[in-house]
Ligand binder design. Structure first.
Ligand code: HEM
Length: 243
């Protein structure tokens, strides 16, 4: 599916101005063109990294909020205070919606789309009582690591207020939250993705009454990025009077 898009852009670069054109014409520092396989793999990687992940966590954010009516009430109040109907969404009103951000972050903790990080061990390393030998392949399970009771109180509970001033459970350790990775290769799109998920959440709850029909959706691991299985939600547009 991707290859014809590349061929077309190489044949008529003047007709396009998009990220696919950048990849179709990508070169290494010495001027040699990027290999076709590498171009396709990179585009597929970016689609997975940028789209599947965000779609999965955005969906879980909505589901978990609908499962937690007390917190949803706080969030609804915040949305009507900070983001009244008819106003455009701006960096300012986005930045003031703390409850929406904490909701998105709590979903990243409990339902990370990238639930496994993989590494090749370059040199022997000791972690706690374990020695991990050089040459091993290592997998880190983000969804388990983010539910360690030493770091998070009642870790199986959806509780976005754990990030509120005074609690700030995520600040106890540099790698408490690793849903976007950590260190040198931490997600390049984290802020973009958080903004997207916040906007989706704020707009949906601003304009619709939602009801969760599939009460306890399970995780679907079959597509690479962990996401909810098919989930039904009943929706009704709120009656809105714009003055
Ligand atoms: C909720 C959405 C997202 C999640 C959960 C997520 C998760 C992650 C994780 C866990 C890593 C680190 C992988 C590792 O260490 O092996 C990563 C890296 C990366 N992500 Fe994301 N990501 C998301 C959205 C995005 C978006 C929207 C983009 C681009 C527009 C993006 C681009 C990247 C790139 C380029 C890297 C590689 C960074 C590097 O290796 O230096 N991600 N992401």
């Amino acid at each position: 599916m991707i290859w014809p898009l590349i061929v077309e852009r190489r044949a008529h670069p003047e007709r396009y101005d998009d990220f696919l054109l950048d990849f179709a014409t990508a070169e290494y520092k010495d001027g040699t063109p990027m290999e076709d396989d590498a171009v396709i793999a990179t585009i597929m990687g970016l689609m997975f990294a940028g789209h599947e992940t965000t779609a999965g966590q955005a969906a879980w954010t909505i589901i978990q909020l609908l499962q937690t009516p007390e917190y949803l009430q706080l969030l609804q109040q915040e949305i009507s205070d900070c983001f009244p109907v008819g106003e455009p969404i701006t960096a300012r009103n986005l930045g003031s919606m703390k409850h929406v951000f904490w909701a998105v972050q709590e979903t990243t903790r409990m339902h990370p789309s990238a639930d496994v990080l993989a590494r090749r061990v370059e040199e022997d390393i000791e972690v706690g009582e374990y020695r991990i030998p050089q040459g091993w392949n290592l997998m880190v399970a983000a969804d388990l690591a983010q539910q360690l009771p030493d770091l998070f109180a009642n870790p199986t509970l959806y509780d976005p207020l754990r990030y509120a001033p005074g609690r700030e459970e995520d600040r106890q350790h540099r790698f408490s939250l690793i849903g976007f990775g950590g260190g040198t290769h931490k997600c390049a799109g984290m802020n973009f993705a958080n903004n997207e998920m916040m906007i989706i959440t704020a707009l949906l709850f601003q304009q619709f009454d939602l009801e969760l029909i599939t009460k306890e959706p399970r995780v679907d691991y079959s597509l690479g990025a962990a996401r909810p299985e098919k989930t039904y939600i009943r929706y009704r547009r709120k009656s809105i009077n714009i003055v």
